[in-house]
Design a protein around this ligand. Structure first.
Ligand code: GLN
Length: 484
């Protein structure tokens, strides 16, 4: 059962080939058998999952099931889950039991989707390798010496190793697409505002967006259909109809205009990754697409701009973790100042502290104009590049990452090298656009992802473009050895 896609599992449930309880048990057993090697889950909610599965089976029997009722998935541990630990992979929130569900979690619950557990991640979603988790690093199922990417590395590794047929992720600068690429699965970061951020622990509020991670574009379409939509509890969620993302998956790609930005194929891109992406583009030409050379001239500003905006916003968002309102509290504080200092000092890891310090500095009076304001201006230039490009092309393609998965420990002591792992993904968040990563090949046994960037609210087209490629290739259905 575990080798089936979400679409196949949903069909099997509907046809009565197996029950949700059997299916959920099978995944819980796989997690028990294999996750010791990966560490992809922080919390496995076995009993809750089985209760949800039995309720789903009752709905299926009563004829009141929705399209995904009874299918199990995992949630990144950044989403609040009622009655279940929600740690954000931080010591700060290790004991935190959320008193309510994030909107994304609630929607899946209402759809009858079963929650297997909460997946590991970089602490507060800050990282590109999953090495900053309080619960230890996640391993890449394709090679246990390699990182799975981050920050949604637990979700990506769990899906790649078939320990969940799909999972939720969040993407502030690449955290869905980059781990999807490094683990050989499909991930979609929607347009900013498409999915509610309510109950999703905030990192950088103007960039954070939740999205689906699964093996195929078809599955991402099914998951996004549940997640997307207006939420009056999130003032940045957009009031706009949710299309049927599955309806246009098979649309013909004849005449599709693909923009290839020259900046995404320059220095820093590993040659074997470049040739993998070129082969994927050839596949699109066979499907009738046309390729247009474009330029996104401000690409080089994306990483520096992001590393002002994201830390600035995180320094504000994380101020609530003070040991009083939220979070770990130190033992026997002398006075209030001691309580704040020691609680935050003990609760946060090194990368989170670095970001809070950078962000506080960038927002401080006297530096605000020089850093935060300047970064907002650059952000506009980066958005304008995309706006111009989309006057000429339908989608933009390039590599998701400059290299395949790197080794554990390789970049852990060099924050700038780590930040550059997101060089092709970050601009998309700054502009608020949707982007996907699709498995496109293997280099030395490690997966490579093709990134597809779309115009605002063009998720249905991205899914169509990705699905047609997956009909013509089989990279998305390869299994990592040792996890079949
Ligand atoms: N790797 C980037 C960072 O460390 C992006 C993280 C994310 O998208 N949550 O901030």
């Amino acid at each position: 059962m575990h080798t089936k896609t979400i679409a196949e599992l949903a069909a099997g449930l509907k046809a009565g080939e197996f029950t949700s309880e059997e299916l959920t048990k099978a995944f819980l057993e796989r997690i028990k058998a294999h996750d010791g090697r990966l560490n992809s889950y922080i919390t496995v909610t076995g009993e809750l999952a089985l209760a949800q599965a039995r309720a789903a089976d009752a709905r299926i029997a009563a004829g009141t099931a929705g399209p995904l009722t009874g299918v199990p998935i995992a949630h990144k541990d950044i989403f609040c889950t009622d009655g279940v630990r929600t740690s954000c992979a931080s010591r700060m929130l290790d004991p935190f039991i959320a008193p309510y569900d994030a909107t994304v979690v609630r929607r899946f619950k209402e759809a009858g989707v079963v929650m297997l557990g909460k997946t590991n991640m970089d602490e507060f979603a800050m990282g590109s390798s999953n090495e900053t988790s309080f619960y230890g690093p996640v391993k890449n199922p394709w090679d246990l010496k390699a990182v799975p990417g981050g920050s949604s590395g637990g979700s990506a590794a769990a899906v790649a190793a078939r320990l969940a047929p799909g999972a939720t992720g969040t993407d502030t600068g690449g955290s869905i697409r980059q781990p999807a690429a490094l683990c050989g699965i499909t991930g979609l970061k929607p347009t900013y505002g498409r999915v509610s951020r309510y109950g999703m622990i905030a990192f950088a509020s103007s960039l954070d967006q939740a999205g689906p991670m699964a093996r195929t574009a078809e599955d991402c379409a099914l998951l996004l259909g549940v997640m997307a939509g207006f939420d009056e509890r999130d003032s940045t969620s957009v009031e706009r109809d949710v299309p049927d993302y599955s309806a246009g998956l098979n649309n013909d790609l004849k005449g599709l205009k693909i923009g290839l930005p020259k900046e995404y194929f320059g220095e820093g891109l590993e040659a074997a990754v470049a040739s993998t992406i070129e082969a994927a583009i050839e596949e699109y030409k066979k499907l009738g697409a046309e390729v247009v050379a474009i330029s996104l001239p401000n690409t080089h500003l994306a990483v520096p701009t992001y590393y002002v905006v994201a830390p600035a916003e995180c320094s504000s968002n994380l101020s609530r973790m003070d040991g009083v309102r939220f979070g770990h509290r130190c033992e026997n504080p002398k006075d209030l100042e001691d309580l704040y200092k020691r609680s935050r000092g003990e609760g946060f890891g090194a990368e989170v502290k670095r970001r809070i310090m950078v962000g506080t500095y960038a927002l401080s009076s006297g530096y605000y104009d020089a850093y935060y304001l300047k970064a907002q201006q650059l952000r506009q230039l980066i958005s304008n590049d995309f706006k111009k490009a989309f006057e000429q092309v339908d989608v933009i393609m390039g590599p998701t990452t400059p290299t395949p998965a790197f080794n554990l420990g390789e970049k852990a002591d060099d924050p700038v090298a780590m930040y550059l792992a997101d060089i092709y993904t970050i601009a998309v968040n700054l502009a608020g656009l949707p982007g996907m990563s699709v498995p496109a090949g293997l280099v030395n046994g490690r997966p490579v992802g093709l990134q597809i960037i779309g115009n605002y609210f063009d998720e249905a087209r991205l899914l169509n473009v990705a699905h047609k490629y997956q009909q013509a290739t089989d990279w998305h259905s390869r299994d990592p050895e040792g996890f079949n």
